[in-house]
Design a protein around this ligand. Structure first.
Ligand SMILES: Cc1cc2nc3c(=O)[nH]c(=O)nc-3n(C[C@H](O)[C@H](O)[C@H](O)COP(=O)(O)OP(=O)(O)OC[C@H]3O[C@@H](n4cnc5c(N)ncnc54)[C@H](O)[C@@H]3O)c2cc1C
Length: 389
């Protein structure tokens, strides 16, 4: 008996949900979506906690893009709440704890050095590089003015190095000098974390947006279903439930897992999230506060800033702890550790996948890369353009 589906999509995150919608709506295909978790949305999933606060289960997600096609496409499935994210670094100092905007900018400079010194520094920086410019600390270090070189050292030490060590579990000498060189100082008073044209949060949350994306008569969604149990890749054949499947397969899970990790696991960093609920309207000063010098956690996010939820007297925060991913049950691979060796290992899995012309690897796990949501959305739309040519 033939399968009743033209296409199989594995994963109901941003990559999978957009492909499923496009193939069903634009391509008039019958699409089966298998999702291992018991919810849609992938890592952008949000839900209400026990106290009624809307939280992001897998880390804070803020939507931002310069891509009009992506924004227009997603806007069919959600209204947006206008929101511009701001992040501060919380650091100890002799006068108590300071909070300075990151990326480090002219306002951060005032907080650290005081109005007078900051004004004099700003004048020299703007004369050298121009206003509203992002200048790397490498460029600043090469400036003959000793105060400017000192500024680069301050930003490296207080904003970058300890935070990066926590995030990636590295010693300073292990941190890629190219990454260090790219750390920016923003010669601006603009303290927004992103400068994209479109920025916001889905009005009702991400999960309803994903539910609408997947709500189409030609999409069948099976939650709590691991594709590993349904899909077999055998020589050059794809089997679904033990029978040959000839349609398009879009796989958005981890590339190594698709081949039972036969060449070894692809290394990732994972995160432990600790949620705390407090009896207050707000608990901290901004949506996200980075701890760039001390503490074991990297950052704390307070969701009510992001979601705009009006709920007096109660708020939920989340502390993020980064560590190596081991592949243990329930652990989520969050950040691919991109280096030559790991890319080569990924290449072996990609070569395996390329033996199956109907199989497409898409998404942050399947492609072993970090992508923001809008980048994944753009890639999903582009893949469907190709498939539906
Ligand atoms: C902590 C954190 C914060 C982030 N914040 C932002 C942000 O603020 N803004 C932004 O734009 N981006 C952010 N991102 C990036 C964003 O999460 C990704 O761009 C997005 O999740 C990519 O979607 P995806 O579909 O590729 O992957 P995912 O969201 O991971 O979806 C993949 C889905 O496939 C399922 N799956 C995997 N294997 C199988 C299988 N064998 N069978 C069935 N289902 C399977 C998974 O359960 C999952 O639901 C953040 C990422 C992290 C880690």
């Amino acid at each position: 008996m033939d399968h009743p589906f033209d296409c199989l999509v594995i994963g109901a995150g941003m990559a999978g949900a957009i492909c499923a919608r496009e193939l069903a709506e634009r391509g008039r295909k019958k699409v089966l979506v298998l999702e291992r978790r018991n919810h849609v949305g992938g890592n952008a999933y949000d839900c209400f906690d026990q106290t009624g606060v809307l939280i992001h289960q897998y880390g804070p997600h803020i939507f931002h893009t310069n891509d009009k096609r992506v924004f227009d496409f997603l806007s069919r499935f959600t209204h947006w709440r206008s929101y511009e994210h701001q992040v501060v670094a919380n650091i100890p100092s002799q006068e108590g704890r300071l909070e300075l905007p990151v990326p480090f900018n002219l306002i951060s400079m005032e907080v650290v050095f005081g109005k007078e010194k900051a004004a004099s520094l700003a004048k020299r920086l703007i004369a050298a590089y121009g206003r509203e410019k992002k200048v790397t600390i490498l460029e600043l270090r090469q400036n003959p003015d000793p105060d400017i070189a000192d500024l680069a050292r301050y930003v490296y030490e207080h904003v970058f190095v300890h935070y990066t060590m926590k995030q990636w579990g590295q010693r300073p000498e292990e941190i890629d000098p190219n990454t260090t060189a790219r750390v920016p100082v923003f010669l601006s008073e603009d303290s927004r974390y992103f400068q994209d044209v479109y920025q916001g949060m889905p009005q009702e949350g991400y999960t309803p947006m994903f539910e609408k994306l997947l709500d189409h008569p030609d999409i069948t969604l099976e939650l709590g279903t691991d594709a590993e149990k349904r899909l077999t890749l055998e020589e050059a054949r794809v089997l679904l439930d033990g029978r040959p499947f000839h349609g398009t397969v879009i796989y958005t899970g981890a590339a190594d897992e698709l081949f039972s990790c036969k060449y070894g696991r692809l290394p990732y960093r994972t995160l432990d999230f600790r949620f705390e609920t407090h009896p207050a309207d707000f608990w901290q000063s901004h949506g996200t506060v980075n701890y760039t010098v001390d503490q074991d956690y990297t950052r704390i996010t307070e969701f009510k800033y992001l979601t705009g939820q009006e709920l007096p007297g109660v708020t939920t925060i989340m502390k993020e702890y980064s560590r190596a991913y081991t592949g243990a049950e329930g652990e989520v691979p969050y950040y691919a550790i991109i280096n030559e060796e790991n890319n080569a290992l990924y290449g072996r899995y990609k070569a395996e996948a390329d033996r199956f012309p109907q199989l497409h690897l898409l998404g942050r796990l399947a492609e072993y890369k970090y992508y923001n949501m809008d980048a994944i959305a753009a890639r999903a739309l582009a893949l469907c353009d190709d498939l539906l040519k």
